[in-house]
Ligand binder design. Structure first.
Ligand SMILES: *Cc1c(COP(=O)(O)O)cnc(C)c1O
Length: 364
C-alpha cells in the first residue's frame, strides 16, 4: 500500500501515524472488544478518550482556564448562524471583514440575524490582499468583530500587525480559523471566540471546534435552538446529544501526534519552511505565478497559476500520475492550489517542487 501526497483543501490529508494507529485499533480499542465507534459515549472508556482529547487541545493551544472548548457537530458553517444567535439580538450591529468567499458566507448568514457592517472588503469575490487599514471602518456599537483569519480558497492570511489593530478596537474578536488553526502559536486570550471545521487541520469532517470565553456564554437569544446554543455544549461536556464520537477520537489522535512532534511551536517552524520553499520556487519561476500579496500569503493554502492556462489539464493529469493529488484550484478562483496543512510532510513539498520543475522543463 502506498499513500500519495494529497493536497486537498478539505477533507484533507491526516498524519500517516494517526491513520496507522486508528487502523491498528479499529476493531478492538484498548482491549475492550469493540471499536471506539461502537462504544457508548457515556462509557467510562469513551469519557477517558474525550477528556484526554480536550486536555491535549488545551495544552497544545495554551487555552486559558476562562475559555470553554466545545466540540460541535455541523462543521464551521453551522457556526456562521450560531455566532449572531449567541451574541446579539436581531437589529444589533456586528462588524465583519470581507476578505473572500468564506467571509462572504459568514456575512450572508449573519445578515439573517443581525445588522452586518462590512468593515472592509467585499468589492471582489476573491481579493488577493487584505484591505489596507486606512480603509477599515468599524462601527461604534458593534457587538463583535468577525474575521476569517485564513481564506482557504485564495490562500490569503491576516498578519500579526493587522490582528493587533483589530484587537485594539476593544471589541470581542471572533475568528474563523478553519484552515489555519494550530498552524502556528497564537494568543487565544486575544480572541473572544475561535472556531474551526475539523477537516483541514484537526481531523475528519462534520465536527467543529469552538473555543469561547466564559463571559460570552449565557446570552444566546430566546429563539436560538438548543443545539446552536454554546451554553448547551458548555454545560454538558459537548454531550447534550450523541457527539461525533469517532471524529472526536481521531481528532484526539491528531492532538497527541502534535504533542509528540513538539507541539504547535515545532509544527510552525516546519510549516513556515514548507510554505517558504514553495513560494520561493513559484516566485523564481517564469512558468508559475502566485497572485497573493507577498506579505499576506497563507502558510496553509498555496495557490498558483500556470502562465499558460491551456496546460492546466495536462498539469493535473501528470501530477496525479506522479502521486500528487487534488492540486486543482477552487472553481471560484481557478488555477492550482496546494493545501499544505500540518499533516503534509515536508517530503510532499519537495516532491511537488520537483514535479513542477520537471513539468516546466518539459513544457516551457
Ligand atoms: C472549510 C471552511 C469552512 C467550512 O467548513 P465546513 O466544516 O464545511 O462547514 C469555513 N470556513 C473556512 C475558512 C473554511 O476553510
Amino acid at each position: 500500500m502506498s499513500r500519495a501526497f494529497n493536497f486537498s483543501a478539505g477533507p484533507a490529508m491526516l498524519p500517516e501515524a494517526v491513520m496507522r494507529k486508528a487502523d491498528s485499533e479499529f476493531l478492538d480499542w484498548n482491549q475492550t472488544g469493540m471499536s471506539v465507534m461502537e462504544m457508548s459515549h457515556r462509557s467510562k472508556e469513551y469519557m477517558a478518550v474525550a477528556t484526554k482529547m480536550e486536555a491535549d487541545l488545551r495544552d497544545i493551544m495554551a487555552i486559558p482556564d476562562n475559555y470553554k472548548v466545545l466540540f460541535i457537530h455541523g462543521g464551521a458553517s453551522m457556526q456562521f448562524g450560531a455566532i449572531p444567535l449567541n451574541l446579539c439580538e436581531q437589529g444589533d450591529t456586528v462588524d465583519y471583514f470581507n476578505t473572500g468567499v468564506w467571509s462572504t458566507k459568514a456575512i450572508k448568514e449573519a445578515a439573517r440575524f443581525a445588522n452586518v457592517n462590512v468593515v472592509a472588503g467585499g468589492q471582489e469575490a476573491n481579493p488577493t490582499e487584505i484591505p489596507t487599514q486606512s480603509e477599515w471602518s468599524f462601527s461604534e456599537d458593534a457587538k463583535y468583530i468577525h474575521i476569517c483569519s485564513n481564506e482557504t480558497i485564495t490562500g490569503l492570511e491576516f498578519q500579526e500587525d493587522q490582528l493587533e489593530a483589530i484587537f485594539a478596537q476593544g471589541k470581542p474578536v471572533i475568528a474563523d480559523m478553519s484552515s489555519n488553526i494550530m498552524c502556528r502559536e497564537i494568543d487565544v486570550s486575544k480572541y473572544a471566540m475561535i472556531y474551526a471545521g475539523a477537516q483541514k487541520n484537526i481531523g475528519p469532517s462534520g465536527l467543529a471546534v469552538v473555543i469561547v470565553r466564559d463571559d460570552l456564554l449565557g446570552s444566546a437569544r430566546e429563539a436560538c435552538p438548543t443545539l446552536l446554543n454554546w451554553e448547551t455544549y458548555a454545560n454538558n461536556e459537548s454531550m447534550f446529544n450523541t457527539p461525533a464520537t469517532f471524529a472526536w477520537y481521531l481528532a484526539g489522535l491528531v492532538f497527541e501526534w502534535i504533542k509528540e512532534i513538539g507541539g504547535v511551536k515545532a509544527i510552525a517552524e516546519i510549516n513556515q519552511r514548507k510554505a517558504q520553499k514553495l513560494y520561493d520556487f513559484i516566485d523564481a519561476s517564469d512558468f508559475y505565478s502566485n497572485k497573493i500579496k507577498d506579505s499576506e500569503r497563507s502558510w496553509m493554502n498555496v495557490t498558483f497559476d500556470l502562465k499558460n492556462s491551456e496546460l492546466d489539464t495536462a498539469f493535473l493529469e501528470a501530477s496525479k500520475a506522479a502521486g500528487l493529488l487534488s492540486l486543482k484550484g477552487h472553481r471560484a478562483f481557478g488555477g492550482m492550489r496546494a493545501s499544505i496543512y500540518n499533516a503534509m510532510p515536508e517530503a510532499g513539498i519537495d516532491a511537488l517542487i520537483e514535479f513542477m520543475q520537471q513539468f516546466a522543463d518539459q513544457h516551457g
